[in-house]
Structure formats: structure tokens, C-alpha cells
Design a protein around this ligand. Structure first.
Ligand code: FAD
Length: 481
């Protein structure tokens, strides 16, 4: 069977989803295909979720321009879509004269895009703002506009809103071939064929492969920068209130390091180094990477027993490309085919990416007619966390399932899990990213089977069919062992 659409977006990461939401403001048939069972499971999920002010990017790059444009509209988007965001501010530490010069360069770069409130501060002020940071720091660049997102909610909120406004989301569907035909495309997938007038290639690490399928490739994706994230036990407390980072240094192996609070009041350690990945799907976290990450974190915040407080760790590959900047452009050979290939920071830039792609499509002939009934709003899932006693009573009064706490570490109720399923979660990870069930200290050891039970019940499925993250990841294997 073949389906027809005006615009086909390939890839349900933050880029593809942002484009879909922007297109949903117009009277068009828009379809998005994602190979995984849910959206945001590529690089987007691996992010440490900082909203960057732009000081680390060079003036004149498309990346810095996108950061500046996105930061103009992001606060409104956060409000409209009810996304968790915490404006923590960032301190970039310098430990010697050379690093102090780097801070000055960063400050200039940020001033180029009018970032507000920048200040280079000395050791006393650093100590006052962050008592636990290394007292050997001689200065810090303070950037008050930096902050931390809930990266999962960022993509899921856009997804829900785009779907509500008519975008067809086809999950678990992989594009396997593209045949250009008179300016249009026949797209082969592992399921049905799709005929599309325009294609937006937002396949992240796989963007080069997708572009090649259509003969619209003019760049190479490199995946030789592997990053490691470590989440610490929340019982450790708020050892830092701000994002605390080091300057980028291409001369040393660990190029970028940070200790950051997260949207859910945990602490995350992050490092990035030029680690040759063993393949495009390499997500392995080796002991050496953990050791390097902790060693780097200790340069910023010493005297904390990080080793004993690790709750989870994960790694991610970043899709750098051979041009060293964002690529958001129509193919020269096939102007109805738009490539979106982003090195970091794609999450920070997401609203600007959507708008830029829509303008490119328009410049290449896509007729845009504004949708009069576009709904810009979406509400997050209600939760006991952060609710007043009155609100809790009200929630449980309306739905007694909100009185049954399933995930004790993160206080997630049966009501929230059922709501997550209504909004599209089909897997344990889908529930986790929507509600935080399983993100706490025990990492789902206690609540995993209960969540599986609710997922099975709400989807009319058998327990055995429920997976952690789609294909081949059943919570229990079919033989029950
Ligand atoms: C470890 C790490 C930390 C980061 N931290 C930050 C941060 O703090 N702040 C920030 O702003 N940015 C950060 N970034 C960068 C940011 O995460 C990325 O720039 C952004 O997520 C890229 O989004 P994307 O949609 O382009 O790609 P992706 O999120 O990778 O999405 C691409 C999607 O395409 C799908 N796909 C691929 N091939 C096919 C196919 N054949 N058919 C159908 N679907 C397909 C994939 O499954 C995937 O879901 C970080 C990145 C990493 C890796």
C-alpha cells in the first residue's frame, strides 16, 4: 500500500519533531517517520540538556546564529508547551592565564549575539556562588541565562502538540530507500511505501546515509566524538546550583567537562573526548570512560565522593560533520530535499531549526497557507511531585489511580503512567521519559514489573509482549526465564 504526503520528515529527534510542529501551523499533509518505537531516542535522549547561551560557538557560524534565534523564542515555547526548565546559570572556570584568555574570548563571542548579564568573576565571588567548586579556579565566566531542560519533555511536548495539530507520526518505521521522480519522491520503508512532494532529512547520525539514498549528499557525518554522562544519587544533594564547566580545550584528551544540576534535581557529570566509536550504534560505557569523567569532574568540584554515588551512566555519539557547522539546506541537486545535519547543540536551537527549515521549503516552492485553528498549547502530565496538599486531594479525588504510587524513588503514580500510555508511550522507556518512573535511585528495580503490568493493561497486551525499548527488549523473555 502507498501513502501520499506533502512533506515527509525522516527522523523523530528534536530536529524532525521541531520541523513537524512548525509545519503543523500550515494547511498541509505532513508525515514523520521514525525507526524507533518512540521519538527522541537518538542523540536527543543522550543529551545532558543544557540550554547554551552561545559563548562556545564562533560568531558567523550557523550554529551560533541558530542559538541566538532560538533563545529569542524559547521562553515562549516553554510556556506554551509547559516544559520543565530551570534557569540555573553557568560558571565556566579558568585555572590559569591561558584559560582566563579563553573566558574573555567566550565572553566576546556571547556578546556578539547580545547575551545578557555576562560577567567575569574572581575567586571570592565564585566561592560565594558555589562553595564546593575547586578553590584553585582563578576566575569564572558567569552566564546567568544558561539553564537546564527536561530533554525528554522538550521533544515529547513538541511531538504531542504537532500530532494534535494534524501531523501523522509513524513510529517503528525505517526508511530503507528513496527514489527521486520528477522533483518528488518514492520512499521505501520496512513497512509501506510513501510518496512525498518534499523530504526533510533529520536522521541525525544517519543523515548522510539518508541523503545518499536520494543522491542528495554533500557532506559526511563523523561519529568519532563519544561523550559520557554519569547521574549521581539524589541523596548527595545539590553539590552545585549552577552548571559548572571548564573551557573547551582541543589540546587535551578531555575536551569539555561539566558538573550540572538536572531538571529533576540530580547532579550529572559529563565529558566529551575524541573516542573512535566502534560503529554508529556504539553506546557502550567502558570503565575507562567512567574514570575519565569522574577525574574531570573532580577538577571542577573536588572533595566529593563521586564514585560511591553513581546511579546511572550512559554515552552518546554526536553527529559532527565535515563542514564543522550546522547544515540546514536544500540539496543543490534536489531542491525539494532538505538536509538537517547538526552537531551540538541541537536541543538549544530546536525552535530556530524548525523555522529555518520551513522557510527553506517555502523558498523551494512549498505553498504555505496558515492554519486558522492551530493550537499552540499543550499541558504536561499532572504529578504529585510539586503539588500542594489541596492539589493532591483534587487529583486523587478525580482519579483514584493518582493515589497509587508506583515508582517510589520519583513519586510516580499509576494515574501518570496510564496518562503516559494515552499520550503514546508503548514501552518502559516511553513511560520513563514521560513520567520519570524508573529514573530514580533503584533504576526501576522495584517498579519495573508494576509499570510493565500497567502498560500491558492499558494497551490490552500480554505482559510478555511489553518491551523496554521496542524490538528485542522484552521485559521478560518469552520463555519466562
Ligand atoms: C551526549 C550528548 C549530549 C548533548 N548535550 C546537549 C545539550 O546539553 N544541549 C544541547 O542543546 N544539545 C546537546 N546535544 C546535542 C543534541 O542532543 C543534538 O544536537 C540533537 O539531539 C540532534 O537532534 P536530531 O533530531 O538532529 O538527531 P537525533 O536526535 O539523533 O534524531 C535523529 C532520529 O532519526 C531517526 N532515524 C535515523 N535513521 C532513520 C531511518 N532510516 N528511518 C527513520 N528514522 C531514522 C533516529 O532513530 C533518530 O530518532 C548533545 C548530544 C549528545 C550526543
Amino acid at each position: 500500500m502507498s501513502k501520499k504526503t506533502d512533506v515527509l520528515i525522516i527522523g523523530g529527534g528534536i530536529s524532525g519533531i521541531s520541523v513537524s510542529r512548525e509545519l503543523s501551523k500550515h494547511n498541509l499533509d505532513v508525515t514523520l517517520v521514525e525507526k524507533e518505537a518512540d521519538v527522541g531516542w537518538g542523540q536527543t535522549k543522550a543529551s545532558y540538556a543544557n540550554r547554551h547561551p552561545g559563548a562556545r560557538w564562533t560568531p558567523g557560524t550557523l550554529a551560533q546564529q541558530m542559538i541566538a534565534e532560538a533563545n529569542q523564542v524559547m521562553d515562549q515555547l516553554i510556556e506554551d508547551l509547559d516544559i520543565e526548565f530551570r534557569r540555573s546559570g553557568e560558571l565556566v572556570l579558568a585555572f590559569n592565564k591561558e584559560e582566563l584568555e579563553s573566558l574573555k574570548t567566550m565572553k566576546k563571542q556571547a556578546e556578539h549575539i547580545n547575551v545578557e548579564g555576562l560577567e567575569i568573576i574572581g575567586p571570592d565571588e565564585i566561592k560565594r556562588m558555589e562553595p564546593n567548586v575547586n578553590s584553585a579556579a582563578i576566575a569564572a565566566l558567569y552566564m546567568p541565562t544558561a539553564g537546564v531542560f527536561n530533554p525528554f519533555e522538550q521533544v515529547l511536548a513538541l511531538y504531542e502538540n504537532a500530532r494534535e495539530n494534524g501531523v501523522q507520526m509513524i513510529l517503528g518505521t525505517e526508511v530503507t530507500g528513496i527514489i527521486p521522480e520528477n522533483g518528488k519522491f518514492i520512499v521505501e520503508t520496512n513497512r509501506d511505501e510513501i510518496r512525498a512532494g518534499y523530504i526533510v532529512n533529520a536522521a541525525g547520525l544517519f543523515a548522510e546515509r539518508i541523503a545518499k539514498m536520494a543522491g542528495a549528499d554533500s557532506f559526511k557525518i563523523r561519529y568519532d566524538t563519544k561523550s559520557t554522562c554519569i547521574i549521581l544519587d539524589p541523596l548527595l544533594g545539590n553539590i552545585v546550583q549552577h552548571i559548572v564547566s571548564g573551557v573547551n580545550d582541543l589540546k587535551v584528551f578531555v575536551r569539555y567537562k561539566l558538573v550540572t544540576p538536572t531538571f529533576d534535581d540530580k547532579i550529572l557529570l559529563y565529558t566529551t573526548f575524541p573516542e573512535p566509536a566502534k560503529g554508529i550504534e556504539d553506546r557502550a560505557v567502558e570503565k575507562r570512560m567512567i574514570d575519565l569523567t569522574i577525574e574531570s569532574a573532580k577538577v571542577l568540584v573536588p572533595d566529593v565522593d563521586f564514585e560511591k554515588n553513581i546511579v546511572a551512566s550512559f554515552s552518546g555519539l554526536t553527529a559532527r560533520n565535515d563542514r564543522g557547522d550546522f547544515i540546514i539546506e536544500a540539496s543543490e541537486k534536489l531542491p525539494t530535499f532538505v538536509n538537517v545535519a547538526l552537531p551540538p547543540p541541537g536541543i538549544t536551537c530546536s525552535p530556530a531549526i524548525g523555522k529555518r527549515v520551513v522557510n527553506i521549503l517555502k523558498d523551494n516552492g512549498l505553498r504555505l497557507r496558515e492554519k486558522m485553528n492551530f493550537n499552540p498549547y499543550r499541558k504536561s502530565i499532572k504529578s504529585l511531585r510539586g503539588s500542594s496538599p489541596m492539589q493532591v486531594r483534587d487529583l486523587i479525588g478525580k482519579d483514584p489511580c493518582y493515589g497509587n504510587v508506583v515508582c517510589r524513588c520519583e513519586t510516580v503514580t499509576e494515574g501518570e503512567i496510564a496518562e503516559a500510555v494515552k499520550r503514546g508511550a508503548t514501552t518502559l522507556d516511553g513511560v520513563k521519559f514521560r513520567t520519570r518512573a524508573g529514573m530514580g535511585r533503584c533504576q526501576a528495580n522495584f517498579c519495573g514489573s508494576k509499570v510493565t503490568d500497567i502498560l500491558a493493561r492499558e494497551q490490552n497486551q500480554s505482559f510478555e509482549n511489553i518491551t523496554k525499548k521496542g524490538r528485542h527488549s522484552n521485559y521478560i523473555n518469552q520463555k519466562g526465564s
